[in-house]
Design a protein around this ligand. Structure first.
Ligand SMILES: [Zn+2]
Length: 407
């Protein structure tokens, strides 16, 4: 710092030129005022004055300011319609702590950090409330479900009720209601009775990993995104690393979204199961490889990035259409497809907002802190991921109840 800085020290009457508003408001300094060290260039060709307070004993504080788009180094220039409140090359500690202060990334950080904790809670609830992997005849399942349903309370009820009423129970419940159409018996009782009255079927083993792989993929995506928005401002190297982790997170979310859909839908058809899972996994690996190229983050390639991820997600239409062709008369197939269509709508809207940079392009500077496109994109991603989580519960219920008729 000292060797490369221009030190301006006047004992009596010094006018200090600085971008710092506090200093500008009181240009005269005396011995009692801080020493002002001016001039270390930050961020390539655009400089920023650094004000160092040496009130006592050489103790230093670097005052960090939010800067405008024009003051940013090249690697932080992503969206010229957001004109102010940027952090530029902040130390790691200050960048981390900035999660609790106001700047143009605060809401971007928190929309996905909250989403991460929501998915963490959903995963814990699913692990504790949804019956785990088992190998049992139907009547054992019925007994365990009856006991579980009798015990559901509070927040856990959301998970189990979704799992039970949308998934495992739906077929049996419909049969039970057709047989004895009464409103006096709760759906849970109908389900338990229906399952218990079903003849013991072949033993199943419905694997859980595709569902939890998706939950992990969603959490990884949301956490990497939050860290990227928090720390990419630190340096050009940090920006490169965290943007790659962010792209890897998006890819991971898309790839793992296929796993419950393909694995459970084609549980009885290993050929298509392997084909679709292999295709999306290889595509995801290729997308990560492409995203490692430095050119990938250039602002003018915004549409290419959006297009790559959109094409990967769109390829999910193939197994979904295939599912409806084969299982179109089954309520589980219809319900999961409805959730997947909702997810697709959220993601599509998110991609459009991301790529068009609406609304900030209409009023640059107006949405710097709140309401700009990336924040909307984040919210839509969380909504889409949640819709797919609901589909995942239905898949679990479907295959828990029915297994594979071929096995
Ligand atoms: Zn983001």
């Amino acid at each position: 710092m000292a060797s490369s800085s221009t030190v301006t020290l006047e004992k009596t009457t010094t006018v200090v030129q600085s971008h710092n508003k506090d200093v500008e408001s009181s240009p005269r300094t005396t011995m009692k005022t801080p020493l002002l060290v001016k001039g270390r260039k930050i961020g390539g060709d655009v400089g920023e004055d650094v004000v160092v307070d040496k009130r006592c004993c050489g103790h230093k504080h670097k005052k960090l300011e939010l800067v405008s788009y024009d003051e940013l180094p090249e690697f932080l220039r992503h969206n010229e319609f957001i004109v102010d409140y940027y952090r530029s090359e902040w130390p790691v500690k200050e960048a981390l702590l900035s999660a609790f202060s106001i700047h143009n990334e605060t809401i971007n950080v928190w929309t996905h950090l909250i989403g991460f904790f929501v998915f963490l809670a959903l995963t814990v609830c699913a692990a504790t409330m949804v019956p785990m992997e088992y190998e049992a005849p139907h009547y054992h399942l019925g007994t365990s479900m009856g006991v579980a349903m009798a015990n559901i309370t509070g927040k856990n009820a959301v998970v189990l009720r979704t799992y039970s009423t949308d998934g495992a129970a739906v077929v049996v419940a419909m049969k039970a209601l057709q047989r004895r159409p009464t409103n006096n018996v709760s759906i849970e009782a109908e389900v338990a009775a229906g399952v218990l009255s079903s003849p013991p079927a072949a033993h199943h083993r419905v694997t859980r990993w595709p569902f939890y792989a998706y939950m992990c993929g969603a959490m990884f995506c949301l956490l990497m995104s939050s860290l990227c928005h928090l720390l990419a401002c630190h340096s050009e190297h940090a920006s490169y690393v965290f943007l790659r982790l962010d792209y890897a997170g998006i890819t991971g979310l898309i790839v793992t979204s296929f796993y419950p859909l393909v694995y459970y839908t084609f549980l009885c058809d290993p050929f298509y199961q392997s084909l679709y899972l292999g295709f999306i996994t290889v595509s995801g690996a290729a997308a990560v490889a492409v995203s490692l190229l430095p050119v990938f983050e250039r602002p003018e390639l915004r549409w290419a990035r959006a297009g790559l991820f959109a094409c990967m997600a769109m390829s999910g239409l193939v197994p979904i259409v295939h599912k409806m062709v084969v299982f179109g008369d089954r309520p589980e197939a219809v319900i999961t497809t409805a959730y997947e269509m909702a997810m697709g709508a959220f993601y599509f809207a998110g991609v459009v907002v991301y790529a068009t940079r609406v609304p900030e392009r209409w009023m640059p500077g107006r949405f710097d802190l709140a309401g700009h496109s990336h924040q909307l994109f984040h919210v839509l991603v969380v909504a889409g991921a949640y819709a797919h989580y609901l589909a995942g519960l239905v898949y679990l219920g479907w295959r828990d109840m029915e297994g594979c008729w071929c096995s």
